[in-house]
Ligand binder design. Structure first.
Ligand SMILES: Cc1cc2nc3c(=O)[nH]c(=O)nc-3n(C[C@H](O)[C@H](O)[C@H](O)COP(=O)(O)OP(=O)(O)OC[C@H]3O[C@@H](n4cnc5c(N)ncnc54)[C@H](O)[C@@H]3O)c2cc1C
Length: 392
């Protein structure tokens, strides 16, 4: 097949962030292409093991593009959050009511988010969904990009957006440096049934081996994200279901009683990294293509949605003002707005990981005292909550 197509904006990566960006550009008057290698998995009755904690800011973005209605039925609300250190008495409790809200966030399957977002793009006349598609080469010249696909198609664009995740091909083609630093950990994810109800609460404990979260799903089950050192992960995955659940109950201090496995188990490598350059002439990076963080506070995708919202706003505003919207000087506004915020979150997550994954008795005393102190300081707690909700 040989075909030539021209777009104003070509987004490589139709994951959660790329699709959000496409939807935010629906009314821009620009022609958009979303190029995706595989596309989202089908949504089935069984809850998928990959889920995301979606904060207030992301919820507002989904509502603004009309995607929320299609996710709401599969969204597990959490009104409260309970965090504690298993090595001491330190704990902290967050309640949406403390900041005058009805919910702190929602736990939603990634496939449900992607399907809803993709469905919204189908309604838009200015968005082409190019999937499945494999890129053979990317050429970047000044303010235009040209992609050659392996089936012979050639795609041209004024702005190329890399929304293609942590191993971004767009980032590599633009020669933007990125070093992903491994935490030497992987996160085991699976779905479980618990003896006691999850009480619409997101539960997270810090064990010396790594953080363990029980996230409330819409059907009463819980989604597990258990970060462990590499060597422990292999041993945990090798256990039979019964033995694995006993380990899980124990690590979780039996907070929700007995645990029964309700899905397969899978493990994902954890690392962090950040590009220095988000934009070039005719090029921008969003989401995991620009930054990777530890999932302990469930913020990675939320940061990506804010990248998408910011980039869309910058493009729409300069396009409306008849400025060179794809030029470096216009795109810099996006970089300036997002880089500092994303850096801060990356550093905070690495700091938390170092502070809590540690057996040092002195450090344990200090962090437990810190948790108790913050729990009793309403103003500091509200600051934490505002930040986690994306309210800033
Ligand atoms: C265990 C775990 C738990 C997490 N929990 C949370 C959470 O609770 N909340 C949260 O906010 N974040 C969470 N995250 C982080 C979150 O999953 C990521 O930040 C998010 O998926 C990034 O989205 P993205 O669209 O930028 O990239 P990706 O999800 O990686 O999507 C990239 C897309 O691009 C496509 N693609 C890649 N290369 C190409 C190519 N060359 N051509 C065409 N298409 C391509 C891929 O197929 C994919 O669809 C978690 C991460 C992990 C590992």
């Amino acid at each position: 097949m040989s075909e030539h197509a021209c777009y104003d904006i070509l987004i490589v990566g139709g994951g959660m962030v790329g699709l959000t960006l496409a939807n935010l550009l629906r009314d821009s008057g620009l022609q958009i292409g979303v190029l995706e290698k595989f596309g989202p998995k089908a949504v089935t009755d069984e809850i998928d093991i990959r889920v995301s904690a979606i904060n207030r800011a992301s919820l507002n973005i989904f509502k603004s593009i009309g995607a929320w209605q299609q996710m709401a039925a599969r969204a597990g609300v959490y009104h409260e959050m309970h965090v504690w250190d298993t090595t001491g008495a330190g704990m902290i409790h967050f309640d949406a009511a403390e900041v005058g809200l009805d919910a702190l966030g929602y736990i939603i399957e990634n496939t449900v988010i992607q399907q809803a977002l993709q469905h919204c793009t189908e309604q838009a006349e200015n968005i082409d969904w190019i999937c499945p598609a494999t890129i053979k080469s990317i050429q970047l010249e000044g303010e235009s990009g040209q992609l050659h696909l392996d089936d012979g198609r050639i795609l041209q664009c004024s702005l190329l957006v890399g929304a293609d995740g942590s191993r971004s091909q767009v980032r590599a083609a633009a020669k933007i440096e990125f070093e992903r630093i491994s935490y030497g950990q992987r996160a085991i994810v699976c779905t479980v049934e618990t003896g006691q109800p999850h009480a619409a609460t997101a539960w997270q404990c810090f064990t010396p081996e790594g953080p363990l979260a029980f996230l409330p799903l819409v059907n009463g089950q819980s989604s597990i994200v258990w970060s462990l050192e590499e060597s422990r992960v292999d041993a945990m995955l090798a256990l039979d279901d019964e033995a694995f659940c006993r380990e899980l109950e124990q690590a979780f201090d039996y907070q929700l009683g007995s645990v029964k496995l309700a899905s397969v188990r899978a493990a994902f490598p954890l690392g962090h990294g950040h590009v220095d350059q988000y934009v070039q002439n005719g090029l921008a990076l969003v989401g995991d293509a620009a930054h990777n963080i530890h999932p302990l506070a469930g913020q990675g995708a939320n940061l990506g949605f804010l990248d998408a919202a910011c980039l869309a706003e910058v493009i729409v505003q300069s396009h409306k003002a008849n400025r060179q919207w794809s030029a470096l000087h216009s795109l810099r506004k996006y970089e300036r707005a997002r880089k500092g915020e994303n850096h801060l979150m990356e550093s905070a997550m690495t700091g938390f990981k170092l502070l809590f994954s540690n057996n040092d008795p002195l450090l344990s005393t200090v962090r437990n005292a810190g948790l108790v102190l913050v729990d009793q300081a309403p103003l500091i707690k509200q600051q934490f909550m505002h930040h986690a909700l994306g309210a800033d």
